[in-house]
Design a protein around this ligand. Structure first.
Ligand code: PMP
Length: 312
C-alpha cells in the first residue's frame, strides 16, 4: 500500500491551504506522523459552507463560525498564534484561491509537532484552513433513522459545546451503529435518556404545527440549528420550542428533520421503524428547506448579512 497517495484526492480539491497565516500549495500542507494532533485528535475546528450567490461566492455565517471557533479554543484551552481576525481573513483567501463557486472550508486549530511524543507536550499550535468541494451531503429525500444504543459523550466529561476533533469518535461509532442496523443515521440520547444529536446533525421535530428541538446542554451549539429556529419563528411564523424530550416524542412526531452546515436540511421519513407522517417530507420540513435554501443564497430579504461575499 502506498503511504500518502495524493492521487486519490480529486484535482478540484487540491487548492491552496492557509497555514499559520499564509497560503501554501495543497501538497505542502502536511503534518508529520509524530504530530500531536495525529496522535490524540486534539484540535478545535469549524465546517463552513460557501455558496454561489448573485454577489459571487459568499461564505454563510462566517462571523458566527469564527466566534464558535474562538469559544471552542477557549473551552479546550488551545491558543493560536494568529488572531481570529486573521483566521477569518484566511477563510476568505482560501475561497478566493479555490476557484470554486461553492464548497466547504475547514479551519482547524491543533497541537502540532512537539518536542516529545507525549500528550502533555503541546509546544506548538498550528492553524490550517483547507477547502473541499462539496455538493449535497447525502443524496436522499428521506432518511431512515433509529435511536442509538450509544450515548452522547456526557457534559460531565467534556465541554460538548466545543467542536473538538476527538469527540468524533462518538459520532463515528454512532454512524457505524446505524450502518449495522441498515439505516442512514442514529439519534444519540444523553445519560437521562433525552434526545441529543444524530452523528453530525441536530434534530428537529414538528407536532401539531409546533417545531421543537433539544434544549442547549448536551449538544453542540449549532449554527444551522440557530438559523432554522430564527427563520422558523420569523419567516415561517411557527411556534419554536427548545426542550428536553425522549425518543418517544420522535416516534410520535408529524415530521422530523436534521440540520447541519454540510447536511443543510435533511428530512427524516422513518424513525425506529415507524413511518413519519406520509413517509415523505411534510409541509413544515418543505417550508423550512425552501426558506433555508433562499437564506444561504442571499435571496431572503432581511437576512443577506449572513453572507460574506469574498470578492466584495
Ligand atoms: N452536531 C455535530 C456533532 C456536528 O459535528 C455538527 C456539524 N458542525 C452539527 C451538529 C451541526 O452543527 P452546525 O449547524 O453548526 O453545522
Amino acid at each position: 500500500m502506498t503511504f500518502q497517495d495524493y492521487s486519490i484526492v480529486p484535482d478540484e480539491a487540491r487548492r491552496p491551504v492557509w497555514v499559520n497565516g499564509a497560503l501554501v500549495p495543497w501538497e505542502e500542507a502536511t503534518f508529520h506522523v509524530a504530530s500531536h494532533v495525529i496522535n490524540y485528535g486534539f484540535a478545535v475546528f469549524e465546517g463552513l459552507r460557501f455558496y454561489d450567490t448573485e454577489r459571487g461566492p459568499a461564505i454563510f455565517r462566517l462571523d458566527d463560525h469564527i466566534a464558535r471557533l474562538n469559544r471552542s479554543a477557549e473551552l479546550f484551552q488551545i491558543k493560536p498564534h494568529v488572531s481570529f481576525d486573521q483566521i477569518r481573513d484566511g477563510c476568505i483567501e482560501v475561497v478566493k484561491n479555490s476557484r470554486a463557486k461553492s464548497g466547504v472550508l475547514r479551519p482547524q486549530i491543533q497541537f502540532g509537532l512537539s518536542s516529545r511524543m507525549s500528550f502533555p507536550a503541546t509546544d506548538t499550535v498550528d492553524v490550517t484552513i483547507p477547502f473541499w468541494p462539496l455538493g449535497a451531503y447525502r443524496e436522499k429525500t428521506g432518511l431512515r433513522v433509529v435511536t442509538s444504543e450509544l450515548r452522547k459523550l456526557p457534559i460531565a466529561a467534556v465541554p460538548i459545546e466545543a467542536k473538538v476533533a476527538g469527540y468524533y469518535v462518538n459520532s463515528y461509532l454512532n454512524r457505524r451503529f446505524a450502518e449495522s442496523k441498515q439505516v442512514d443515521d442514529a439519534v444519540m440520547l444523553d445519560e437521562h435518556g433525552h434526545v441529543t444529536e444524530a452523528s453530525v446533525t441536530h434534530v428537529f421535530a414538528a407536532k401539531d404545527g409546533v417545531l421543537f428541538t433539544p434544549a442547549a446542554g448536551n449538544i453542540l451549539l449549532g449554527i444551522t440549528r440557530a438559523t432554522v429556529m430564527q427563520l422558523a419563528a420569523e419567516v415561517a411564523e411557527l411556534q419554536v420550542e427548545e426542550r428536553s424530550f425522549g425518543p418517544e416524542a420522535l416516534r410520535d412526531a408529524d415530521e422530523i428533520f436534521f440540520t447541519g452546515t454540510s447536511a443543510e436540511i435533511e428530512p427524516v421519513t422513518e424513525y425506529d421503524g415507524i413511518t413519519i407522517g406520509e413517509g415523505a417530507p411534510g409541509p413544515v420540513t418543505q417550508r423550512i428547506s425552501e426558506i433555508y435554501s433562499k437564506a444561504v443564497l442571499g435571496q431572503l430579504p432581511g437576512y443577506e448579512s449572513w453572507l460574506t461575499p469574498v470578492n466584495a
